[in-house]
Every structure is written in C-alpha cells, then in structure tokens.
Design a protein around this ligand. Structure first.
Ligand code: ATP
Ligand code: MG
Ligand code: MG
Length: 350
C-alpha cells in the first residue's frame, strides 16, 4: 500500500494519520520534537532535525508522497525532499504563504481584497508606513507567526518604537486595522485533476489571538457565501494546489477581506469531523494520495470549541454530554496550548 510522509507531528499530523489509516494508507511522520502527538498513531516516526540530511533522505525514500501540517519548513529540507518524492501542496503554495508580504501581494494580484499593507524593515519604513496607512494598525513579523504571536498593535504613532522592538529585528509588515463585523474561514480542497470542493464557511471567535470557537453555519448572506467559495477556488487554482487549504476572512460592509491563507488542514475546519461525511483530514489525504475528492456537504450545524490549557480539566464533565471529544495526547498542559477540541452538533443542517 501507499505511504504518505507528513512533516510535523502535532495534532494536525495526528488527525491526518488517523484519516489515512481509515483509508488503509500508511503514514510516516518527520518531527524534530520529542513525543509528538502524532507519534502514537502514525505507522512510523522519524525524530530528527531538518538539518539532518541522512534522516531526511531516508524519510523521503520511504514514502510515496510528502505533505505537511505546518508551512514553515526550511527551504533546504524542501529542496532535498522534492528530489525524492512529490510534495503536496507544492512549493508555490508554501513560498506564497510562508511570508505575509508575498501572500498579500499574491492575493491582491488575484483581485482579492486584503488589508492595506507595507513592508517594514526599519524605523524609517515604519514611520512612512504609518503615515500612509494610518492608525490603528498591526505590525506583524513576515514569517513564522501563529496564534497572534509576533504581532504588535499600533494605536497611535507613539506606539511605533515599542512595536518595532517587539519584532526583535525580524522583517515585518504593517497592516491597516480592518474594522470587521466578524471573522469567517473557508476550507477548500483541490485534487490533481483540478476538481475543487469547499466546506461551508465557519464563523471564528478568537480569544487572546487563539481560535476559541468555530460555528457553522456562519452569519453570511447567500452572496457572501458564494464570494467565499469563488475566492477560495480562485486561490486554489492560481496555486495549482493539491490538498486542503484554509482561508481566513474578515466580513465587512465592503465585502470579504482575506486575512491569511494556510496551505494545510486548519483548526477552523475541525468541525468537519462531526458535521460532514468526509472531514478535512480525509479530504486532504484523498487529494494528496490522488483519490477523488469527497463531497464537502454538511449534514449538521456544529459548534467547535478548542480545549486550551486548563480547559482539559473540563473533559470529565464534557464526557457526560453529547459533545464529540477529540484529544491530542499532549503530555504537558501549558497556558495557551491547544490540547484538544469538542464538536457539538446543534441540529441537522437545513
Ligand atoms: P493563526 O493562528 O490564525 O495563524 P496568526 O498569528 O497568523 O494566526 P493573524 O491571523 O494574522 O495571526 O491574526 C490573528 C487575529 O488578529 C485575526 O484572526 C484577527 O482577529 C486579528 N487581526 C489580524 N490582522 C488584522 C487586521 N489587519 N485588522 C484587524 N484585525 C486583525
Ligand atoms: Mg497565521
Ligand atoms: Mg490567522
């Protein structure tokens, strides 16, 4: 049978492995950290650094195709792996989404709306960017940010020095602050033959920069819903994409504004595990393995709630409810760490 190599052994890698296993497909995880969540469910795990050429080579030779659960894979590792097995989603998707500047330029090039933005390398750039874009604004590191890390709010030009210091010398972009009514995301998939399937958009609530809940259906008009699907398909096609992608959107009176894209399964798509016949993890495995895509249709209205840090204490109580519980098997509870999630079915979809 086929083996899929997965870069990254976190919860996303774990849930991808479970989905692959249901399809009779083996997984081999590559992960630098010890005792990763995916380790106990994957068929094989290699614990090594991305600099370890020997380990990477053995990994690449042992699999039929490579995918990943996070977008910040070092370029040198990708160059090596690409010579050994196909990587899906491909390099263009990775290069575009690894850097917020490249990402925003790409999205605007497709005719999509983004926040106004400017490249910020130093204090002069920042002063110019603030003069152009105005305040409030958000300074973000171009690379590596997640869960709101690597961001500083600039409420007035007086905040500029502190915000720049928060970047610790990393290249950054300034984004104009979007005054949105709410946030939604759309999870889409594309197969090698160009078929596209999208899930219904979910409405996302963040707390302290971390996703707290996703609710489907989201508050959207029929035309906003269509816009979301069309823009997701636009992005997937432009990148000749293979796999599942998450697209985060701000809902405003002037339409949908794209916040960022993630070239992988996405936390805001976890509701599909209990709201759809084919969940995002199976969908990603299908696309990457060259299977036909499953339908993205939704059979139930769902609220997904992340279990973060001490939320784990609520599990015994949650186990007495009808919530579907998904735990990641992380050894240590930490403040702000995603430990699991629950999906509550609200009612059958209408
Ligand atoms: P993730 O964990 O989703 O990858 P991240 O660290 O990449 O998060 P963003 O998604 O860029 O960060 O921002 C986190 C949150 O901050 C957004 O979901 C939104 O609530 C808010 N935010 C980000 N950019 C803007 C903006 N330009 N205007 C208004 N709010 C914003
Ligand atoms: Mg992000
Ligand atoms: Mg985000």
């Amino acid at each position: 049978g086929a083996t899929i190599g997965i870069l990254g052994g976190g919860q996303l890698g774990r849930m991808l492995s479970v989905a692959a296993s249901r399809l009779g497909i083996k997984t081999h995880i590559f992960e630098p950290g010890a005792n990763p969540p995916a380790g106990e469910v994957a068929d094989k795990i290699t614990t090594a650094s991305y600099d370890d050429v020997e380990a990477l080579t053995a990994f690449g030779k042992s699999v039929d195709v490579i995918t990943y659960e996070f977008e910040n894979i070092p370029t040198s590792a990708l160059d090596l792996l690409e010579s050994l097995a196909p990587i899906h989603p491909g390099r263009q998707a990775l290069a575009t989404s690894q850097d917020r500047l490249t990402e925003k330029a790409f999205l605007q090039g497709l005719g999509l709306q983004t926040a106004p933005f400017a490249d910020v390398g130093n204090a002069d750039d920042l002063a110019k960017a603030i003069a152009e874009i105005g305040t409030p604004a958000i300074l973000k590191t171009r690379r590596m940010g997640y869960d709101g890390k690597g961001q500083a709010r600039i409420m007035s030009p007086d905040d500029a020095d502190q915000a720049l210091a928060d970047m610790a010398g990393a290249p950054a972009i300034l984004e104009g602050f979007i005054s949105f009514s709410h946030e939604v995301s759309i999870i889409g998939a594309r197969s090698p033959d160009g078929a596209v399937a999208c899930y219904d958009p979910g409405e996302n609530v963040h707390e302290d920069g971390i996703l707290r809940t996703t609710t489907v259906p989201a508050k959207l008009t029929p035309s906003q819903r269509t816009d979301a699907v069309l823009l997701a398909a636009n992005i997937l096609n432009a990148l000749d994409y293979v796999g599942v992608m998450g697209v985060e959107l701000f809902v405003t009176p002037n339409g949908l504004i794209v916040n960022e894209i993630a070239p992988r399964v996405h936390n805001s798509g976890h509701w599909t595990q209990n709201g759809c016949t084919i969940c995002q993890f199976e969908q990603h495995i299908r696309a990457v393995a060259g299977w036909p895509l499953g339908s993205g249709s939704r059979h139930s209205d769902v609220v997904m709630e992340n279990l973060i840090g001490d939320d784990m204490d609520r599990v015994p109580e949650l186990a007495l409810t009808d919530a579907a519980i998904h735990l990641y098997g992380k050894a240590e509870v930490k403040l702000g760490r995603k430990m699991g999630h629950v999906n509550r079915i609200v009612k059958a979809a209408t």
